[in-house]
Write a protein that binds this ligand. Sequence first.
Ligand code: IVH
Length: 683
Amino acid sequence: MTPSEAKQRIASLRAEVTRNDELYYRRARPELNDPEYDRLKRELAELEARYPDAAAAAGPSSPTARVGDDRAEGFVAVRHRLPMQSLDNTYSEAELREFHARLARLLGREDLAYVVEPKIDGLAVSLTYEKGRFVRAVTRGNGVDGDDVTANALTIRALPRELKRSARAPLPDLIEIRGEIFMTLAEFERINATRDDSGEERYANPRNLAAGTIKLLDPREVAERRLELVLYGFGACEPPGAGGETQSGYHALVRAWGLPTVEKFWKARGIDEVWAAVGELDRVRRSFAYATDGAVVKLDSLALQREAGSTSKAPRWAMAYKFAAERAETKLLAISVQVGRTGVLTPVAELEPVLLAGSTVSRATLHNKDEIARKDIRVGDFVFVEKAGEVIPAVVGVNVARRAPECVAFKFPTRCPSCGSAVVQAEGEVALRCPNYDCPVQVRRRVRHFASKACVDIDGLGEAMVDVLVEKGWVRSIADIYRQRRENLLSLGKSVEKSTDNLLAAIEASKRAELWRFIHGLGIPHVGAAAARDLASRFGSLDELSQSRHQDYIGADGQSLIAGIGETMASAIIGHFNQPINRTLVRDLDEAGVRPAAPAARSAGTGPLSGKTFVLTGTLPTLAREEASTRIEAAGGKVSSGVSKKTSFVLAGADAGSKLEKAKSLGIAVIGEDELLAMLAGR
Ligand code: IVH
């Protein structure tokens, strides 16, 4: 490779890795599976090491020199007391042995004691406990600053508000306890089943869903999904040493405090025992509650860990050995292209059925047009299919040696496979879309979503019935549901009189469904059920919502005015109603006699705090935050996350942060726990 070729390749790999970091950490929607991503990153690191001049010429910043960044809009950034580093990883036994050899040289001894733990495939979190009381949960972020996700983490049942006191495990004054938030496969399947019911796209895998869930702006939505927790390390600790002396002791200590730790770990002396433990872990890991993608090998002695130290990015005393993805080779019979509710075209590989990681696989995702071109995947090829943490298998490459000469490059359709419209690609987007709002597949999916249980919930208008109505041309838009003619429906078959009348009655009754159900049913990007409820209570009608403007959502100071609704959602809602067809739908629904029920007051509005909005900040002397929120809401008040002019009181405790400053600058009343308790008692 010439230096100029190296420079070019380095630049393109950096762009590719950066793009995939963004997809993985910030958007929880990776396009590559882990092994594919690791291969890219490794190639980049190797080129940078081999061609340092070319690397410098390609620009100063490389994703190999930083940890991914998960920080998202709508969260307050908090600095970790001790940075959260990442781990070096390898897929090779030789490199794992090299890790030990390096440490043995560095520490001047061979007989090093290690702990081998499962590497949990979730998202990293740091919990702070002060004098045994839970204070906050922060994501890794960029390793230095993370997002405060305390409100969402409080929905995790395994997370104790108070650590257990025990004579054997005295509580430190302050401790950062680190681990991973994850979702079980069973919970993931449960959520996807409800997505199927409402005709929504399935989530790809539990890790992404867990990562997406912890970043939802509304803790009520988080509470609807069950997240779990497992802990494996410490950050800062005061007084130093209160975290014990060994990693093997960590698990017992943390468990004595009532916190969940890994299901199983192995103590090993020397690298041969480590390697045997890694093999043992691989044999048993499928019975764990969480997905594991490798083993983490750590020096057992915390004193030796300190002696070994860290590089800028990762500790020298630990190494992740990642298990190779399970992989199979099979023939690609066809590539079908599916159309989603919003018109996005997704290519799917139709495969000769093959056994992979315990199940038969006959379809696999191909992500998008660019991925097919990048991997040069052709119909008739023998392809490699991998499952790595992913529940949906992916085609990761082609066995070019087995390619038949007649295989030609795949031509991605330029027309929608459902309606024949010319497809379009929005600037900056990888996805191709069918732009035709009346495309039958899109209509079907839109109407299915609207009528589903999660939305307006029209009994008798399930997926099959929607498909019939769309196929007959009787339903072209959501409003057409309310224009069904009895004689048409009766023509669908013999003895359908009763079901027809039931359906018409259900459609009629649905006109008075709660407003939030209609809002959710419109399918506005990013607007889920909880946000739909907030929008319903703020705007009171579809018409008002459709006329909402940016200033209804975001104050002049940039703060969100409706709790739980940030910039992304606000733009999505405004963008949605900027399209004339979506405004027309609101009018059509009204003309068809739709009269949504007034938003059910979430709290009867009769309690002593009715009409008052509270913002909580800092640690209260006796009440946990969640408890304070619950009591405020039970008394008719509202709890909101951001301080704005509409805030009635800021409830401040110890270590209150920027919210307190903001309250002062806006002249908002600041109260303490005592005053809250008095208000709750109606005094
Ligand atoms: S120890 C200084 N132990 O893997 C870093 N990490 O790929 C200490 N992870 O950022 C991390 N299971 O989020 C450690 N048993 C385990 C782990 C684990 C999963 C995650 C962690 C880390 C990432 C690196």
